[in-house]
Design a protein around this ligand. Structure first.
Ligand code: DHB
Length: 452
């Protein structure tokens, strides 16, 4: 109660840089800050139950839990004035705001061991939510109206928090992390921006979308690269494997109930039409010409960003390769699909394929498959265990080439097909890989879902 400080620039109370577990291996990252509108607390930190701000009071204000995960890296919680501090508009409209840091792929403990590999980032956020709930008696806001927000890797974490609330799969990790085991980590709703999810299938999706483009751009994902014949063959195989993967998902069009399928050419079928409709809807909202086909869109509007293979890189140099290392080993392959694609071109490219052959052996191990699952929201949507959020909002920039558009669309459709609650999904034209949105829209959505 006596930890609150007044923040004049935001006209709110804040409690900053609180370590959320006694067992923090990386205390500089395993921290959070809480911000609350001025009216919700007295000068001495006592909750003013009738204190009102905007549409809310200290008792019923929704709580925004914004995770600051990025690039699956170790990230701190954010502070007012920093680029990634997004608290101001929420606070101005009477919401309580939390920003939360986490361990990530390069985190090390004092002994130098890697302690932030998959699935530790999500374990940290669940630990943080349980910590906050444990202290709800001194925190304003309605802790049953927790709204998770995140972007990119943080969007993945937001989706995962929303579909895996209190799922026992995470218990051993939570216990080890010092989490309050009697508290819940379930959330009421999730805003999911540009989610980088389904990593074990994302390479197939990427080649399916961007296969026509032989050249990647220079980015944080790697240098610009022109495809070799070997990589072209891998790309073609991954793309055709994606057709099989999509057709096995048993998705149905939420509007018509029609089964969503991809034609063998990858450029026909109702799934493909759904992807194109989502793109067209975004263009039309801006009064712009909708793209006519996906290859044209890739070659003339938003070209390939990442080289083939995009996530599980053959040289093991991606952020995701670092994510799936272990305590002792910094990087690892993780996608059996990539392994299969490489193996399938071995006859044609014996030297290239032979030099890679051993790399994926550990991926079939049960323990390794579990780690993949623990980080993939798609794996939990249809799981009857685990509390699910009842409202989902997905936004992705139409200029975002960090992952294929079909990845977030699959998330949206699978959520709708599971009838978990409301799903509001759209691409946002002219926006890159970012918190792709129009000003005020997320707050308007929160007002709407909190009226119910
Ligand atoms: C992020 C971006 C990526 O391209 C990726 O592969 C993983 C994470 C990010 O911005 O968080």
């Amino acid at each position: 109660m006596n930890q609150w400080k007044f923040c004049p620039s935001l006209d709110c109370w804040c409690m900053e840089d609180v370590v959320y577990t006694d067992k923090a291996a990386v205390p500089q990252a395993q921290r959070l800050s809480v911000f609350a509108p001025k009216a919700y607390l007295s000068e001495t930190g006592i909750i003013q139950e009738r204190g009102a701000c905007g549409r809310y009071t200290a008792q019923n204000a929704p709580v925004i839990f914004e995770n600051n995960a990025a690039g699956y890296m170790e990230m701190p919680n954010t502070h007012p004035g920093e680029d990634r501090f997004f608290g101001s508009p929420y606070l101005a409209q009477g919401m309580v705001y939390v920003t939360c840091g986490c361990r990530g792929r390069s985190s090390r403990n004092e002994q130098g061991e890697y302690v932030g590999k998959a699935p530790m980032t999500i374990v940290d956020f669940k630990t943080a939510i349980r910590f906050l709930r444990h202290h709800r008696g001194v925190l304003p806001g309605d802790w049953n109206r927790l709204i998770s927000v995140g972007f990119s890797a943080g969007g993945a974490m937001s989706a995962l928090l929303a579909v895996s609330g209190d799922h026992p799969d995470y218990d051993p990790y939570l216990r080890e992390n010092g989490a309050y085991m009697e508290e819940s980590d379930a959330v009421y709703a999730a805003q999911i921006y540009c989610p980088i999810i389904d990593l074990e299938h994302a390479d197939m999706a990427y080649e399916w979308q961007f296969g026509a483009d032989p050249q990647s751009e220079e980015s944080y994902a790697g240098p610009a690269e022109i495809m070799t014949p070997f990589k072209e063959a891998v790309s073609r195989k991954l793309s055709s494997m994606y057709v099989t993967y999509v057709n096995g998902l048993e998705l149905t069009d939420p509007r018509t109930g029609e089964v969503l399928t991809l034609g063998e050419d990858g450029r026909s079928g109702s799934f493909y039409e759904c992807v194109m409709r989502r793109l067209s809807d975004a263009a039309k909202l801006c009064g712009e010409q909708p793209p006519v086909d996906l290859d044209e869109d890739v070659l003339h509007r938003r070209r390939r960003m990442k080289a083939c293979t995009a996530f599980d890189r053959l040289d093991e140099q991606s952020g995701e390769n670092e994510l799936f290392g272990n305590r002792a080993q910094n990087t690892a392959h993780f996608s059996l699909s990539v392994a299969k694609a490489v193996a399938s071109v071995a006859e044609q490219f014996p030297e290239e394929a032979a030099s890679l052959a051993e790399g994926w052996k550990h991926c079939s191990d049960e323990g390794f498959q579990t780690r993949l699952r623990l980080l993939n929201p798609l794996a939990y949507i249809r799981d009857p265990q685990g509390k699910k959020a009842v409202h989902y909002r997905i936004r992705v920039g139409a200029d975002d080439a960090d992952t294929a558009f079909s990845v977030s669309m699959t998330l949206a459709v699978m959520l709708q097909n599971a009838h978990l609650g409301t799903v509001d999904d759209a691409l946002v034209w002219h926006q890159p890989h970012c918190e792709a949105d129009l000003p005020g829209q997320i707050q308007a959505w929160i007002h709407q879902i909190c009226r119910q």
